[in-house]
Design a binder for this molecule. Structure first.
Ligand code: COS
Length: 394
């Protein structure tokens, strides 16, 4: 057993931390206030290779695997959850579906521009009636010659307003439903000049509680023609490609929440050392000591879980149960930690001038997106019972 990161992963962490401190942090407040991400930050991330961290070098990635990708998400989550969300949707689910389901030629065609950040990816699954119940999607793909025609809409798409390459799940055989009748496609949604391709429109922009720097929108397809060669995986088996992609995404989401939780703890430690009440620093109050000790213990447990799960992924071992745990535990720990940070900072923690308030608004969504925590509990329980030979769902 070896708990050390490799020299390459340590160097990668240094590179990302420097990028997060020098490029991401200064742009954070403006992005939050204006609900506009900094495109310069994303461009710079692409220039230094951060938009393709896990993917093999042959596709333009850094070849740093899931472990490297979790380091990226942890470091970004520590500084700006919105940037973590944009890059997470781009790498961890948008491009990942192409990597997992794409033929060698689709990978070669799409991944290099995604890894360099020239293009941004999104992952289009959710619809009005298909949230937790992902199999209820209705977006239709009809075969016509060598193409499919996409008709319908998706909603709550992270990077919807930014992306030009989308992994989209659509129904190709309504009689079979999503299980056997859904197909995944890679769809070019903007042309070279950035204009939406014919029939595609990035729909209503969502005004969210948090993650203001990460744009989310509905998207709609009105007779959008997609080459049949753009099918990810096999026709009719797209649901599996999407579920496998979400499994991987949940590990790195756990890493982003780890970064967020760590930032909350750091904020409390720094503040409690400085702030005096009743003639002594808050750090000398046992209530604060108990709080930071509990937080640090939870964060350390989460860190072990996240990086062990990344190791399972990188070593091609089963990881579905652990991925659900990363997402479930991480989102709840991060929410608890930032809630405590607001409490310790008091009125200052409630002020929009201090970034913990943004962290508080940003944290909540991690308990909801990429599969609600209720769904994660079901998936974990399902795996646990499967291990003792019991099937709990039909
Ligand atoms: N890996 C591989 N295959 C999987 C899989 C996974 N993680 N999860 C499901 N499948 C397969 C199943 O094996 C099944 O195949 P067969 O019919 O050949 O047996 C098929 O996919 C259907 O799976 P299942 O029966 O589990 O589908 P359900 O509709 O009952 O529910 C859940 C699936 C609840 C797991 C799914 O809807 C889900 O993950 N919901 C959350 C969606 C989500 O995360 N949304 C976030 C928005 S995108 S950021």
């Amino acid at each position: 057993m070896d708990f050390e990161f490799s020299r390459e992963h340590q160097a990668l962490r240094r590179l990302i931390r420097e990028f997060a401190e020098e490029e991401v942090r200064p742009a954070t407040r403006q992005a939050d206030r204006s609900s506009q991400p900094s495109l310069e930050v994303l461009q710079k991330a692409g220039e230094i290779g951060l938009m393709g961290v896990p993917f093999p070098r042959e596709y333009g990635g850094l070849g740093a695997g899931e472990t490297g990708y979790c380091i990226l998400m942890e470091e970004l989550g520590r500084v700006d959850t919105s940037v973590a969300s944009i890059i997470g949707a781009h790498i961890g689910i948008g491009a990942m579906a192409i990597y997992l389901g794409g033929s060698p030629s689709l990978r070669e065609k799409y991944l290099p521009d995604l890894c360099s950040g020239k293009k941004i990816a999104a992952f289009a699954l959710t619809e009005e009636q298909a949230g937790s119940d992902a199999a209820s999607i209705k977006l239709r793909a009809t075969k016509e010659g060598d193409s499919y025609i996409l008709d319908g809409s998706k909603m709550w798409i992270t990077n919807g307003p930014l992306a030009s390459t989308m992994s989209v799940l659509a129904v190709t055989d309504p009689a079979l439903g999503a299980r056997g009748g859904a197909t995944a496609f890679v769809v070019e949604t903007r042309n070279g000049t950035g204009r939406p391709t014919e029939g595609f429109s990035p729909g209503k922009f969502e005004h969210k509680m948090g993650l203001h720097g990460s744009p989310t929108s509905a998207i709609s397809f009105d007779n959008v023609r997609v080459p049949a060669a753009n099918v990810l995986g096999q026709v009719g088996l797209g649901f599996v490609v999407f579920m496998q992609t979400l499994d991987i995404g949940r590990v790195s989401l756990g890493a982003a929440t780890l970064g967020g939780a760590q930032a909350s703890l750091q904020q409390i430690l720094e503040w409690a050392a400085l702030r005096e009440q009743f003639g002594k620093p808050l750090a000398q109050a046992q209530s604060i000591q108990f709080m930071v000790a509990d937080m640090a213990a939870e964060i350390e447990a989460l860190r072990s879980l996240v990086y062990r799960t990344a190791w399972l992924v990188d070593n091609q071992k089963p990881f579905i149960k652990e991925a659900g745990m990363c997402k479930l535990l991480g989102s709840e720990i991060a929410s608890r930690c930032v809630d405590r940070a607001v409490q310790v900072l008091g009125a200052l923690g409630y002020s929009r001038d201090v970034h913990i308030e943004r962290g508080f608004r940003d944290a909540r969504i991690a308990e909801i997106f990429e599969g609600t925590n209720e769904i994660q509990r079901i998936l974990i329980a399902e795996q646990l019972f499967r291990e003792v030979g019991v099937k709990i769902r039909p």
